[in-house]
Design a protein around this ligand. Structure first.
Ligand SMILES: [Fe+2]
Ligand SMILES: [Fe+2]
Length: 332
């Protein structure tokens, strides 16, 4: 039996107080009460990429409301896929020491904590979508909301064909250092249904801790990579970032069809508004912590890498190497 982690104290970690802080340990089930939510939107209009399209603006208000509800479903259900299929694939490998990398043993219990958190996030995301569908009568379309998991996998494996374990870790690091920014866009918006804001705030709190865990993991794995693998990994990052922030088109098209647009118009709106991913300002805003982390480990010191990121519309995160950690989550 190994005794490797009995003696050496390790520095404070982001999940040290998990038993007292994690949503799955201490949170409440968020319930949708339709009567108290009247007059609010289900998702911020500014974050529904096709809401401003002229073909959508011509629709009756009731159809637009249904579109917004289905956009929330897409957000929640694509979250369930990412949590359980991307993040937990990586968390499991770390937790069971199956990465093939010589990682610190202290990461193993923390990875199981992440694993528990993500399973719970998937559960409550599905639960809220089901509650809203039951209360509003706006059905959840029978769609595959996990399409971009496949896109993420494809781009990670294309970049690192000989290192599938590393590719899986890299996708998780990218996603986990982006998601806090995505989740934090909604809870402060008073126009949005309260239970949606509460749920996303719950999620963001856990993700603030995950962010620090995956930042530490990235630093560890970066130190283990050969020079050649560092270049391959760094080259993969821009596409992984973009893919993680680009909506799947198929569920968007289906939702637009259900709102009354014909097939050609639905396809055109989805292509115009979603295919290219977020605009450059939003892309860089959302990816700021990921880019800072890249800067901190030295990604942009590799020859040509700053230009490679710039070719994908990504800057270097105004890199202050000391500023890789989110600070806002622990205040509540
Ligand atoms: Fe999560
Ligand atoms: Fe997470």
């Amino acid at each position: 039996m190994s005794t490797h982690h009995t003696a050496r104290p390790h520095p404070p970690g982001p999940l040290d107080r998990w038993y007292e802080q994690a949503g799955v340990r201490t949170g409440v089930r968020r319930m949708f009460h339709e009567e108290t939510e009247r007059g609010r939107v289900f998702f911020p209009a500014g974050l529904v990429p096709y809401a401003g399209h002229e073909a959508v603006r011509r629709l009756p208000p009731e159809r637009v409301r249904e579109l917004t509800v289905r956009h929330l479903y897409q957000f929640l259900l694509s979250t369930t896929h990412l949590e359980t299929r991307v993040v937990n694939t990586a968390a499991e490998a770390v937790a069971n020491a199956r990465t093939g990398l010589d990682l610190p043993p202290a990461l193993r219990p923390d990875a199981f904590k992440v694993y528990c958190d993500e399973g719970y996030h998937a559960l409550y995301s599905l639960d809220l979508a089901d509650q809203i569908a039951a209360a509003t009568g706006i059905a959840i379309p029978d769609e595959d909301y996990g399409g971009f998991v496949d896109r993420l996998r494809t781009s990670a494996r294309r970049a690192l064909p000989d290192a599938p374990a590393l590719a899986a870790l890299l996708q998780a690091v990218v996603f986990e250092t982006l998601i806090t920014a995505v989740l934090n866009e909604v809870p402060g918006d008073p126009s949005v249904v309260g239970v949606v804001r509460d749920l996303l705030r719950d999620h963001a709190r856990d993700e603030g801790r995950h962010h620090r865990f995956f930042s530490a993991l990235f630093r560890e794995l970066w130190t283990h990579l050969s020079a050649a693998d560092r270049v391959k990994a760094a080259k993969a990052l821009p596409e992984l970032i973009r893919t993680a922030l680009t909506w799947d088109l198929a569920p968007v098209r289906t939702s637009l069809r259900l709102a009354g647009l014909d097939a050609d118009t639905a396809r055109r709106v989805a292509d115009d508004c979603c295919a290219a991913g977020p605009d450059l300002r939003r892309l860089n805003d959302t990816a700021r912590s990921t880019l800072r982390l890249c800067a901190a480990v030295g990604v942009f010191d590799l020859p040509g890498m700053r230009e490679h990121f710039a070719a994908h519309g990504l800057g270097d995160g105004d890199a202050d190497p000391a500023a890789t950690e989110p600070v806002e989550q622990e205040t509540q």
